[in-house]
Design a protein around this ligand. Structure first.
Ligand SMILES: [Zn+2]
Length: 71
């Protein structure tokens, strides 16, 4: 089975941050931008599930939480 996420619409709470949530498992992908257009321009990606940051090198697999929610 494919473990690809289905990202919803991007939200941009600030110009330094873009958030997308997977409609299947609720994982949030955050793209951060710092010093955009300036000398130390950097950007990186973080993954969050609820209030917990997921430490990973690649995108974590999509694990729909529907079943767990009924326990
Ligand atoms: Zn997902």
């Amino acid at each position: 089975m494919s473990a690809r996420h289905r990202w919803g619409e991007a939200e941009r709470p600030t110009r330094f941050k873009t958030e997308r949530q997977c409609v299947k498992c609720g994982l949030v992908k955050v793209t951060r931008h710092e010093n955009t257009g300036g000398p130390g321009e950097t950007h990186w990606t973080e993954f969050w599930r609820g209030l917990e940051r997921i430490e990973c090198e690649a995108t974590p697999p999509c694990q729909p939480v529907e079943e767990a929610a009924h326990v």
